[in-house]
Design a protein around this ligand. Structure first.
Ligand code: CS2
Ligand code: MG
Length: 405
């Protein structure tokens, strides 16, 4: 089966997505997600200009060899743009192979380790009371696990708070530059324990709670903060510090028993090696869309399993339904799957463009047995939603120092 064409689409059905389509001489096509929030056009150019010419005429069944060719053949290995581009190709090739075999991709990975995928939802409030009411409504929908984020008194904005925006990824269609947010660590670390104290007071310990620090503390700040949250028994505390320096997590893990999660910004197994080998994390947040696709994610999951680290793939609104489907096939196979982040299926616009094999039921996702990834993409409909340049925010401290967003 030969690759005859590769197309890349960038569209904005309520937010930007990059979609890769690979066509073959047997009439079977495959789809992949290559979305990189805030840097989408770099990935589009990478696939069109640097990958497509090399793959036309190649054997579509050679998934592993193609991945190695794109990873090693680039010479300048790794990085978010390269790995998102490779991810789009890799997912599409798995989609093709599943369709050719009339099997869902999870069967090609090794079959089911479970029948449904446990998820966690997002409760984001402008104050503790609003966060608690969002937690209550998610509980009523059947969620067994909920991430709590809350505006911090005295801070104008912080990560994950919707405010009057319908999308907290700051899809700045009205502004074409990154919004700047002021960060205050002291206000944050003094406030968040009150949020969890209130949640445990009202809801007890029958529901799993999580929190995303979003890389904003230093290692020792994070160690102290995690210790303060121990009485609330979080399922995990995410991204306490940036993980470029993986040994920062050694300091944190030596001071707290709270389970730690990291990895949504990782794009290679090398970004995880020390964290996993030393068990400085309990959950790995890598997702197929940013990790180079399904091929490397299977390797990473197996590496993590050897060290008792569980998979908790990143599942934000800025991964497309194709990327969420790829995660779901990996989750239903992975023996060390832990939990999947889930923020719903997006609005009507997204569902007009993408179709997917997932259903939400009582706190879990189920995955249909459609061949391949079980997804589709309406190219004509997608044209109605042209790309809109958008940026993630940046953070500054009160004195103007550029900080981690
Ligand atoms: C967040 C993301 O979902 C999460 O855990 O860290 O919302 C992240 O901010 C976005 O994916 C960035 O594009
Ligand atoms: Mg996160």
């Amino acid at each position: 089966m030969k690759i005859t064409d590769i197309s890349v689409f960038i569209n904005c059905p309520n937010r930007n997505f990059v979609t890769v389509k690979i066509e073959t001489d047997e009439g079977i096509y495959g789809l992949g997600d290559a979305t990189l929030n805030g840097r989408e056009m770099a990935v589009v150019a990478y696939v069109k200009e640097h990958i497509k010419p090399c793959l036309i005429g190649k054997n579509a069944h050679k998934i592993e060899d193609t991945w190695q060719y794109l990873y090693k053949g680039c010479y300048w290995r790794r990085g978010p743009v390269t790995m998102a581009a490779i991810a789009g190709i890799d997912m599409a090739l798995w989609d093709i192979k599943g369709k050719a075999a009339s099997l869902p991709v999870y069967q090609l990975l090794g079959g089911k380790s479970r029948d449904k995928i446990k998820v966690y939802g997002h409760a984001n409030g402008k104050d503790i009371q609003e966060t608690m009411s969002q937690l209550q409504s998610l509980k009523e929908k059947g969620y067994k696990a909920v991430r709590l984020q809350c505006a911090v008194p005295g801070m104008e904005s912080t990560y994950g708070i919707l405010g009057d925006k319908k999308d907290y990824y700051e899809l700045q269609s009205s502004r074409s530059l990154p919004p700047e947010q002021i960060w205050d660590t002291t206000k944050y670390v003094n406030f968040i324990p009150k949020l969890f104290d209130e949640a445990r007071d009202i809801f007890g310990f029958g529901i799993e709670l999580l929190h995303d620090v979003h890389n904003r503390l230093t290692p020792r700040e994070a160690a102290g903060f995690a210790k303060e949250l121990e009485p609330y028994k979080l399922l995990f505390l995410e991204d306490p510090v940036p993980a470029e320096n993986q040994s920062s997590y050694k300091i944190i893990s030596e001071h707290t028993t709270i389970p730690i999660a990291a990895g949504e910004t990782f794009n290679s197994i090398w970004d995880t090696k020390e964290l996993i080998e030393n068990q400085w994390i309990e959950y790995l947040r890598m997702a197929a869309t940013h990790a180079g696709g399904i091929t490397p994610m299977k390797k990473v999951a197996d590496f993590a399993a050897v060290h008792q680290v569980r998979m908790a793939p990143h599942g934000p609104p800025d991964i497309s339904p194709i990327g969420h489907a790829a995660n779901a096939h990996l989750n239903i196979w992975a023996p060390n799957f832990g939990i999947q982040e889930f923020v719903g299926f997006g609005g009507d616009d997204m569902n007009a463009v993408f179709s997917h094999p997932l259903a939400f039921e009582d706190g879990y996702l189920t995955l249909s047995d459609k061949p391949g990834l079980g997804v589709d993409f309406d190219e004509q409909k997608a044209k109605e939603y042209p790309y809109k340049r958008a940026y993630l925010p940046v953070s500054r401290l009160g004195d103007g120092t550029l900080w981690d967003w």
